[in-house]
Design a protein around this ligand. Structure first.
Ligand SMILES: Cc1cc2nc3c(=O)[nH]c(=O)nc-3n(C[C@H](O)[C@H](O)[C@H](O)COP(=O)(O)OP(=O)(O)OC[C@H]3O[C@@H](n4cnc5c(N)ncnc54)[C@H](O)[C@@H]3O)c2cc1C
Ligand code: SF4
Length: 350
């Protein structure tokens, strides 16, 4: 039996798992296909995280540093697992860099893929340069300037459209992405901090700033930063007759009237899709996918974060859209389960 634990994916979930394994004296091998650790918050350049308000590069950077500098963790970036043989307690993984790893358990923390807003063409992304995504606005906030990509002007009016690529059966996205309402209300405040003259409107079906986020983000954004919330169904985004501004067209669903409103910048609050690698991950690791394409859980209550294959655990946004706090908890729980099962196996008489 090998007591090394192989962790695939070095975002918040995998980093928490690796630290959990290493901190109880076990060896972890952490593999990520990207050239750096940190997952989406680092790779997509998020600005200040909710709920902490800390810059992503600092908060997640700290998680990366404590794992990368830990003597119990071996890190392979720009690497995938290409084959996995064996069984719980005795796996052998082949890595794309030519190495092999013997591991007693495997933790899958392979995360999600951002919804590609090009798949919602009627809302203008890909057709008009001033239709952007929340990840692009995160990067603008990180760079300290909110600007229209077409000509660099500071927008007078910004529309944030919620649920882009989520809660949309027409395009096969039946899930709520859980964090984008909160992220968008936070972005509205960050835009206002950088550009106090800019008016920010949020177009929503429902607001799902869950738990304590309702007060900290929804009400604060509205009452202290003047963010305007409009309950609407958006039909399309087109270019205004001046050839410069954008027109957001749809229906105000509270007063049941059509709306056509001009904006300088339109932001798509993109959702969290299943990782585009999931079919390959399911094949290589021999685990199941649930009906939307996220990785499948095993039994919920006594095999927490077990996958459909013994000895392989799955958690974080690989399972479903999740926020970072939950991902960290999943990572630590998977570390606990993997270490615990290996310990139980080694205690069994030969
Ligand atoms: C615009 C936006 C803003 C957000 N802001 C916040 C916020 O402020 N606060 C918050 O709590 N949450 C936020 N979230 C959610 C946050 O991004 C996720 O909760 C978090 O990134 C999930 O962590 P993870 O480790 O599960 O997955 P990921 O962050 O996706 O990390 C997965 C890792 O696995 C690697 N990987 C993938 N496939 C493979 C493979 N086949 N082989 C090897 N490696 C692989 C990837 O390279 C990546 O490093 C936001 C989401 C969006 C869309
Ligand atoms: S969190 Fe809000 S924006 Fe995101 S999918 Fe759910 S309801 Fe839509």
């Amino acid at each position: 039996m090998d007591d090394t634990i192989l962790i695939v994916g070095g975002g918040p979930t995998g980093l928490a798992a690796a630290h959990g394994v290493a901190s109880v004296g076990r060896k972890a091998v952490l593999v990520d296909k990207a050239d750096r650790l940190g997952g989406a918050p680092i790779l997509s350049g998020y600005a200040k995280l909710v709920p902490s308000g800390e810059w992503a590069k600092d908060a997640i950077g700290r998680m990366v540093t404590r794992v990368a500098s830990h003597p119990n963790v071996g890190v392979h970036t720009s690497t995938k697992v290409t084959a996995l043989e064996g069984e719980a307690g005795d796996f052998r993984a082949t890595l794309s860099n030519g190495e092999t790893v013997a591991a007693g358990a495997v933790i899958l923390a392979t995360g999600f893929t951002h919804f590609d807003a090009i798949n919602k063409p009627e809302w203008g992304f890909g057709s008009f340069p001033d239709v952007v995504t929340t990840t692009q606005v995160e990067q603008m906030v990180g760079a300290g300037k909110i600007a229209c990509p077409s000509d660099g002007r500071t927008p007078e009016r910004v529309a944030i459209l919620l649920c882009v690529g989520s809660r949309d059966r027409q395009i096969g996205r039946e899930w709520c992405s859980k964090i984008c309402c909160t992220v968008s209300t936070n972005l509205a405040m960050e835009i206002k901090e950088l550009s106090p003259e800019t008016d920010v409107y949020i177009y929503y079906m429902d607001i799902r700033t869950f738990g304590l986020y309702e007060d900290k983000f929804y009400w604060t954004s509205q009452e202290e930063f003047g963010t305007k919330f409009v309950k609407a169904r958006i039909a399309e985004v087109t270019i205004a007759p001046d050839g410069k501004r954008l027109l957001v067209k749809g229906e105000d669903t509270l007063v049941k009237r059509p709306i056509v409103i001009p904006f300088d910048l339109v932001v798509h609050a993109i959702g969290m899709d299943p990782n585009e690698d999931n079919p390959e991950i399911a094949r290589v690791f021999g685990v199941g996918l649930e009906k939307h394409g996220f990785l499948e859980r095993g039994e919920h209550y006594t095999s927490t974060f077990g996958s459909t294959r013994p000895g392989i655990y799955v958690g974080g946004s690989a399972l479903a859209p999740e926020d970072i706090d939950s991902c960290i908890a999943h990572g630590l729980a998977m570390a606990m389960r993997a270490v615990g099962e290996l310990q139980a196996r080694s205690a069994q008489p030969a």
